[in-house]
Ligand binder design. Structure first.
Ligand code: TXA
Ligand code: MG
Length: 318
């Protein structure tokens, strides 16, 4: 029997009994549990096989709820919360003492966001506690953007995937921390840098050496298919270099001459970066099922969501 269900009341009951439920968000599906339940949080780490040093994101129902979770909110954090929540931006702020260390991996800061999905907003309204929810994939694997992706990974480990359809954004939230009250990018994501800078001015961007391990979304290998994957600016040459192999293509632009190709997915017909982002992980899931020797991915334009997609593709190649 399928564990996928639209029954919000059942999700409320399971979560209130310290069990895990996979929940839909606009970015990716999350593996959710009560932030105050040691049993639930321990189960999240064990189910994902995620190292305990990698902290979780707390999901809250509204901007107003933020003050129950954090202290000392910088002015620019308020501006970002008001501009983008509910939506795909996560803010890392000083935690209140009531937030368990298990959530934050012992840090004084906590990552928090209001997800923009009607089902999960209703769920959060009905619960008496916020939800910790990392992406609902085993550590380092491709994130889930459809309920079926979660079911494939975890049908033996969890009782329920709350069905919210396919995720509209398709890439994780952008993570912003604050250093001396100034915003710093910790992870590229579904809110483009340009949109954030329009609200708070120039963002400092941490390189991965500075960041690790404070935001393991920045860990080198991540979001990865099992199939060997390469990222290229020169499709034809890379295809020629691998002739004789079973090749799968992940394309931004359709190409005409593709006789040598066993399987191909074009992410968007009209060079639409939002469409490409929303299809990215499902395309990687599909390609990974084709028993290919190699996945060749075409690099996208390096602006807006193109930057975030390239970031994920690069990590998939490590
Ligand atoms: O879109 C999303 O953000 C999804 C959905 C489910 O909301 N969640 C998600 O969670 O991507 P996860 O656990 O896969 O990624 C959380 C990231 C990790 O890279 C973690 O290191 C970082 O957030 N993070 C959490 N707390 C942090 C903190 N206190 N300081 C710095 N980074 C933190
Ligand atoms: Mg993740």
């Amino acid at each position: 029997m399928s564990i996928i269900s639209k029954d919000i009341a059942k999700a409320v009951e399971l979560l209130s009994n310290e069990e895990l439920v996979a929940i839909p968000t606009e970015t990716v599906y999350g593996l959710a549990g009560n932030i105050y339940s040691e049993k639930a949080i321990t189960a999240i780490f064990e189910t994902k096989q995620r190292p305990k040093f990698n902290p979780l994101i707390v999901h809250i129902p509204s901007v107003a709820y933020l003050e129950k979770i954090v202290t000392d909110i910088p002015e620019k954090a308020k501006l970002l919360a008001d501009a983008f929540w509910p939506g795909p931006i996560t803010l890392v702020l000083n935690k209140k003492d009531t937030i368990p260390d298990l959530i934050t991996a012992g840090k004084d800061t906590v990552a928090v966001r209001v997800p923009n999905h009607p089902t999960t907003l209703e769920l959060l309204e009905r619960l008496e506690f916020p939800l910790a929810a990392p992406s609902a994939n085993p550590f380092n694997r491709i994130s889930p953007t459809k309920p079926e992706h979660v079911e494939d990974y975890f049908k033996n480990e969890i009782k329920m995937v709350l069905d919210g359809g396919a995720c509209t954004k398709g890439i994780e939230s952008t993570i912003i921390g604050f250093e001396n009250d100034q915003p710093v990018l910790y992870r590229h994501g579904s809110t483009p840098i340009e949109a954030i800078e329009a609200v708070v001015g120039t963002l400092h961007i941490k390189n991965k050496n500075e960041v690790a391990p404070s935001a393991p979304g920045m860990l080198e290998r991540h979001y990865a298919p099992k199939t060997k994957t390469v990222l290229t600016d020169d499709l034809q040459k890379t295809i020629n270099d691998h002739s004789g192999k079973r090749i799968g293509l992940l394309l931004y632009n359709d190409i005409l001459n593709d006789d040598l190709i066993d399987f191909k997915i074009v992410l968007t017909q009209g060079q639409n970066l939002e469409e490409a982002a929303s299809k990215l992980y499902d395309a990687l899931h599909q390609l990974d099922k084709q028993d290919l020797d190699i996945i060749i991915a075409e690099r996208l334009p390096d602006f807006g969501l193109g930057k975030s997609i390239n970031d994920r593709l690069l990590r998939a190649t490590k």
